[in-house]
Design a protein around this ligand. Structure first.
Ligand SMILES: C[S@@+](CC[C@H](N)C(=O)[O-])C[C@H]1O[C@@H](n2cnc3c(N)ncnc32)[C@H](O)[C@@H]1O
Length: 473
């Protein structure tokens, strides 16, 4: 049931093939493992809110894959550097930054105009390992190529133990104005078990640096359901997080990925991993403690203080287009999702082919309505705002909307789903039932449908799969 909270949008977009993970990975970054190509239907007419899918992206994800070592749960495309000689630039980084720059330069998205980027997200890997002058050159390239809005949100994933106050200040001067700190846990034994390259002391140091440098917009990543993690440990991590008072918290339920060390050692639901019921309890506890501490649970795995929702990640939830650049990263442009290779040698060839025009920057040019409809449902239902039923109906028609309402009706009774009218008034099961008998009324009266927090969010994989069954049987 759970398996829900984390989907690193870093490189992995929670698309249909990975639906079982949709709750569970941090949609924090970009996306790899992209959905199959979508097809464009020339006759597809979209209402303005959905039309935005076809407009030039205002967001870019940049993948910086370097880490000191690979964490035991991690299956992202990364390069483990081992110990670093701090006095010299690592040639692997130098080469990669050149390659990434060539990729950005060679990208021809074919839009008549490019609006300036409003969000940029440096994800990884551990982007804070990269010397600031490389970050500067990438930002400059983006500025020249697309433009950067004066108020752009520019986020960077940073790991404890990989930066000091000078580096933080240098990055802020370059325009980094949002920090996402990969803390994961506050217990030495759990950090060790995860193969993290830092301990608890570095976590506290990193928090101190971020705060004392005056970064207002910062976030913390935590992982629940780790091996041997007890409820007390989880509550302690949440408590210390609240005490540190970040503007934003991301809570991810551990995904045991094939091919990782955890994948070899553990099976989900079996000791020393928690049972599904225990994982669900971790999720409920996070939701309660963070909500009580004035964090808005605005997305399945994201909590933010008022005004501190991650704008970059909202691009993903709103199904808006974005560029992705770098190893394994994925883009969503003109209604198509596509990803770069995850292996470095293949990525090198990809960039060469792109420069020589041997590879179309995006493959395929068809978007099919049902693919778009599924993306809209899946992404909207991850958010507290939910699915805007009127826009959905305008884009995809009455009959899909009615079928969705019918298939979801039992979940209104069970408290997993909430239907609202245009004034935000929650409908009772009886009201919905009456509406379902009058198709004209239902399409006029219903405005939003959302999952309840926490029980609906916990059931999101099942509920989203039901929607897929209706949209693309
Ligand atoms: C791209 S990773 C960030 C990389 C960053 N260097 C780090 O590990 O702190 C984004 C976040 O995804 C989460 N994450 C990565 N792999 C995960 C997994 N298998 N299960 C649950 N969460 C995971 C972690 O919380 C991590 O901070």
């Amino acid at each position: 049931m759970l398996r829900s909270t984390f989907t690193p949008i870093f490189s992995t977009f929670p698309t249909r093939p990975r639906i079982q993970n949709s709750l569970s990975r941090p949609l924090a970054c970009t996306f790899t493992d992209v959905s199959p190509d979508v097809r464009r239907n020339a006759a597809l007419t979209l209402p303005p809110t959905i039309q935005a899918v076809l407009e030039p992206p205002k967001s870019a994800y940049i993948h910086l894959p370097f880490c000191r070592k690979r964490c035991h749960y991690c299956d992202f495309p990364i390069v483990a550097l081992g110990s670093l000689n701090r006095d010299e630039d690592d040639p692997r980084m130098v080469n990669y930054i050149q390659l990434l720059s060539r990729e950005i330069e060679a990208t021809r998205a074919g839009f008549k105009t490019n609006p300036p980027l409003e969000t940029v997200f440096f994800g990884g890997g551990t982007p804070s390992l990269v010397p600031p002058r490389f970050v500067s050159s990438i930002l400059e390239l983006l500025r020249v190529k697309f433009g950067l809005a004066a108020v752009a949100e520019i986020s960077m994933e940073m790991d404890p133990g990989t930066f000091d106050a000078k580096k933080m200040n240098d990055l802020m001067e370059l325009g980094i104005n949002r920090v996402s700190l990969g803390v994961q846990a506050f217990q030495e034994e759990l950090l060790k078990a995860c193969g993290r390259a830092h301990g608890v002391e570095e976590v506290h140091e990193a928090i101190h640096i971020v705060k004392s440098c005056g970064v207002e917009n910062w976030s913390m990543d935590l992982i629940s359901s780790l091996p041997h993690q007890t409820h007390e440990m989880w509550k302690e991590s949440l408590h210390l997080t609240i005490e540190a008072s970040p503007a934003h918290v991301s809570v991810y339920d551990l995904q045991v990925e094939q091919g990782t060390k955890f994948g070899k050692l553990y099976s989900p639901g079996e000791f020393p991993l928690p049972s599904d019921a225990q994982s669900a309890d971790f999720y409920r506890t996070a939701s309660r403690m963070l909500s009580d501490a004035n964090y808005n649970h605005y997305e399945i795995s994201s909590y933010g203080r008022d005004g501190f929702e991650c704008k970059h990640n909202l691009t993903y939830w709103k199904n808006l287009p974005f560029y992705g650049f770098g190893l394994g990263s994925a883009s969503y442009v003109k209604g198509l999702r596509f990803s770069r290779p995850r292996r470095m040698n293949e990525y090198v060839d990809y960039v060469k082919n792109l420069e020589e025009g041997l590879k179309d920057w995006r493959e395929g040019d068809h978007v099919e309505a049902h693919d778009l409809a599924m993306d809209v449902v899946m992404l909207s239902l991850r958010t507290a705002r939910g699915l805007d039923l009127r826009t959905f109906r305008e884009a995809f028609g009455d009959s899909i909307l009615l079928s969705l309402c019918k298939v979801y009706e039992p979940y209104l009774d069970s408290g997993h789903l909430i239907f609202m009218d245009a004034n935000g008034k929650v409908m009772s099961a009886r009201e919905l039932n009456t509406l379902l008998m009058d198709e004209g009324e239902i399409t006029r009266r219903l405005a939003y449908m959302r999952l309840s927090d926490p029980d609906g969010f916990l059931l999101s994989n099942e509920l989203i799969s039901l929607a897929f069954g209706v949209i693309a049987p």
